[in-house]
Design a protein around this ligand. Sequence first.
Ligand code: ADP
Ligand code: 5GP
Length: 190
Amino acid sequence: MRRGRLFVVAGPSGAGKGTLVAELLKRYPRARLSVSATTRDPRPGEREGVEYHFLDREEFLRRAGEGEFLEWAEVHGNLYGTPRRDVEEWLDRGYDVILEIDVQGARQVRERVPDAVTVFVEPPSLEALEERLRRRGTESEEEIRRRLRNAVRESGEKDGFRHVVVNDELQRAVEELCAIYESESSSTET
Ligand code: ADP
Ligand code: 5GP
């Protein structure tokens, strides 16, 4: 069976990664989203093993030390990592695997998996990003400020990505991401 391809979707918090990837997953049954591990507290409604694997810091660092993560990084004050074994298993079974991770993680994946397809999702402006974070309503004011500061730094790294998708009008951005997926998916290889 043909091995799947790894896709990395990164970009500032609130840019719309989750929204765009959810649309892509609805369309392509061959694409799977990797469930990351994190030390942050679950938000209301988040379930263990669905949105994340929730670990305490000690357990996370132990697993990181044993090489269990394909990449890991500290993001907005918490640790996040991609479980290596899950990703390998899905790729071996022929699925394309999507990682929705931050720019530091994307950099590590680029080094370790050179044929990974990297996509940077950019908000149309900092003002739009702020408005989206506020409207989403999942972070405190302090957290929103921190995410906006990080967004400026993260956008400085977009040149390292193979594709940049500006998430201005949602439907247009979904089509652009899906076109990238279709052209780079392992199923299109001959
Ligand atoms: P991320 O996963 O990058 O943190 P989300 O997908 O959670 O971002 O999107 C942040 C917020 O912005 C959500 O409330 C989402 O509904 C909204 N959003 C996403 N894309 C757009 C868009 N193109 N226009 C307006 N709002 C959007
Ligand atoms: P949130 O806490 O809002 O779910 O995610 C915060 C940030 O962590 C987002 O930018 C998200 O992309 C990033 N993130 C989620 N999972 C991972 C991961 O496994 N590795 C890395 N490096 N970043 C991640």
